[in-house]
Write a protein that binds this ligand. Structure first.
Ligand code: NAD
Ligand code: ZN
Length: 258
């Protein structure tokens, strides 16, 4: 057995032994579906755009048209994307009784499309628009249709307020009900698995730290190193789509042997 196979087996053992398993996913979960992440060297979106000029609420309000043009490009990529083997492996893990829920930083809805249940979208969703004045939500098509018809400041049917994609922008707070649900997930878990996150975006990056400090185990599958690698029981630096299906297959076999 080579080093990687040993690590896969150890990862699977941790899952088999744990009772309440929660997965935290970041943008690296979706790169193999064709959606770029922010921080991968060379391909990450931050190589192409300045975060302050895009995806901050201040930039959105002050230059809505320009921001929306960029967002619609990303939106089209999300619209065309399909869940990959890694998303499907998580659904299988859940069907094996080994995944309570997923908390994701992603706004693409790919976990739900892969039919994973109990998914918390910490940063909201690109599939909806929300009115910045009255909080009414719409399917994202309500915003896109207006932009396509040259309205660079799409508005709410009810109150004429400015619509924005219902994703959390820099400078905005995370939804408090969503945070409460995520807090409970962390409080209840004995194993937290991090998939495809640099763990640099707060407050989400607090979750693995909280999990460790209350005695949960941590497992990480991410191409690049993270600041929490040294605190994890197991770390694999590889692609989710290559490795996660193997881990889940191992879990399935181990459960059958029991
Ligand atoms: N798909 C999306 O919805 C999407 C896309 C880009 C950004 N975002 C937003 O940007 C923020 C960025 O923070 P983040 O921590 O999620 O992402 P990040 O870009 O900071 O980090 C992504 C991490 O995933 C790793 N990675 C990339 N591809 C991988 C793969 N195939 N397998 C394993 N690891 C892989 C990278 O090495 C990197 O460390 C998120 O909070 C999210 O809201 C979302
Ligand atoms: Zn409104």
């Amino acid at each position: 057995m080579d080093e990687l196979e040993k690590k896969i087996e150890k990862f699977a053992d941790l899952i088999v032994e744990a009772e309440n398993i929660v997965v935290l996913t970041g943008a690296g979960m979706s790169t193999e579906s064709g959606i770029p992440d922010f921080r991968s060297p060379g391909t990450g979106l931050w190589n192409k755009v300045d975060p302050d000029k895009f995806a901050s609420i201040h930039a959105y309000v002050s230059d809505t048209g320009k921001n929306l043009r960029f967002m619609l490009e990303l939106g089209m990529t999300i619209f065309k994307a399909k869940p990959h083997q890694g998303h499907k492996a998580l659904t299988k893990l859940q069907r094996l009784g080994k995944l309570d829920g997923v908390m994701t930083q992603n706004i693409d809805g790919l976990h739900q499309r892969a039919r994973t249940k109990n998914v918390i979208e910490l940063h909201g969703t690109a599939n909806e628009a929300i009115c910045m004045r009255c909080d009414t939500t719409y399917p994202i098509t309500a915003l896109v249709n207006q932009v396509v018809h040259n309205n660079s400041s799409p508005t709410c049917d009810k109150c004429n307020g400015l619509l924005k994609p219902n994703a959390v922008f820099f400078g905005e707070a995370l939804d408090s009900d969503t945070l409460k649900k995520a807090d409970k997930m962390i409080a209840d878990c004995d194993l937290l698995i991090v998939l495809g996150s640099s763990l640099l975006v707060y407050p989400v990056a607090f979750y693995p730290r909280t999990a460790i400090s209350k005695g949960s185990k941590l497992a990480i599958l991410n191409i690049q190193k993270t600041d929490l690698d040294s605190k994890a029981e197991i770390v694999i630096h590889a692609k989710i789509g290559d490795i996660l299906p193997k881990i889940v297959k191992d879990v399935e076999e181990k459960l059958e042997e029991r």
